[in-house]
Write a protein that binds this ligand. Structure first.
Ligand code: SF4
Length: 267
């Protein structure tokens, strides 16, 4: 599939306004075992203290700007034969879901690429709408436990967000959308609390046959630049042993495919 001059001119007339920091035409570290064209969008409804993309999350003007959609489309088309997915991440991409849908529809229908979205799963309605359109081929999300500490909101708000997260897991399971479930591991986890929330989440995926889990550490400086360095001093950089304890927990709970990612790269 190749985009025609007429289609390009139609796309230009669509006036798509997306705010992001940019894109990388070929990346091998953003989705497990896949080559992606990765696009970073700005804005987020969570305030995770460990977030190392917080400049995007808060829409900081030094990082975030209106993207040149025509250039994006042209580069995506050039990269098409090299990639498995257009992977949209952030920030939280679904904070811009209306404009995003326009762009993803072009990417899917005119260019012919598969679509992957990394979302925090708390914007349930936009997620449901996008899945219903049939343009989503793959999803990635973080299972943040304990959510009341990791979402960066009050307990009351975090409880509500967690319910939406679980609802999104159920939805993805019903539609069998391939899922990369990432579990960021902090230092000194309370294994009882961890097990309880893990069980709640896995219960929603009980009938989902197409998901895998990535266990990865919450990394602090100097490897990352977290939103709250003081918080990170206390909770980031768990020892490797903790990652494997979690891997065992997952396997004992019946998860078929668990990958431990000790660093930022899939190496
Ligand atoms: S880690 Fe993700 S969900 Fe949390 S604030 Fe950052 S971009 Fe948002």
């Amino acid at each position: 599939m190749s985009i025609t001059t007429e289609e390009l001119s139609e796309i230009k007339q669509k006036n798509i306004y997306l705010i992001g920091s940019g894109w990388k035409p070929v990346s091998m570290i953003d989705v497990y075992n896949s080559v992606t064209f990765t696009l970073w969008l700005c804005g987020c409804n969570l305030k995770c203290p460990f977030c190392h993309n917080w400049m995007l999350a808060i829409n900081h003007p030094s990082t975030c700007h209106y993207l040149d959609i025509n250039k994006l489309i042209e580069e995506l088309e050039s990269a098409r034969i090299l990639i498995d997915y257009l992977h949209v991440t952030g920030g939280e991409p679904l904070t811009q879901h209306r404009e995003l849908e326009k762009m993803l529809t072009i990417a899917k229908n005119n260019i012919g690429v598969n679509i992957s979205i990394n979302t925090n799963f708390t914007l349930h309605k936009p997620l449901k709408h996008l899945i219903n359109t049939g343009i989503v081929d793959h999803l990635a999300t973080d299972l943040k436990i304990p959510y009341d500490l990791l979402y960066g909101h009050s307990k009351e708000v975090a409880d509500a967000l967690w319910k939406l997260f679980l609802k999104s897991l159920t939805l993805v399971s019903e539609y069998s959308v391939p899922l990369e479930l990432r579990i960021p591991i902090m230092k000194n986890i309370d294994i009882k609390v961890f097990r309880k929330h893990l069980a709640e989440a896995l219960d929603k995926l009980d009938k989902h046959s197409n998901y895998y889990v990535i266990v990865q550490p919450l990394l602090g400086p100097p490897i990352t630049n977290p939103r709250n360095p003081e918080w990170c001093k206390k909770y980031c950089d768990p020892d490797k042993h903790t990652l494997y304890i979690v891997k065992n927990e997952l396997e004992n709970m019946g998860v078929q495919k668990v990958i431990v990612r000790e660093t930022l790269s899939f190496g």
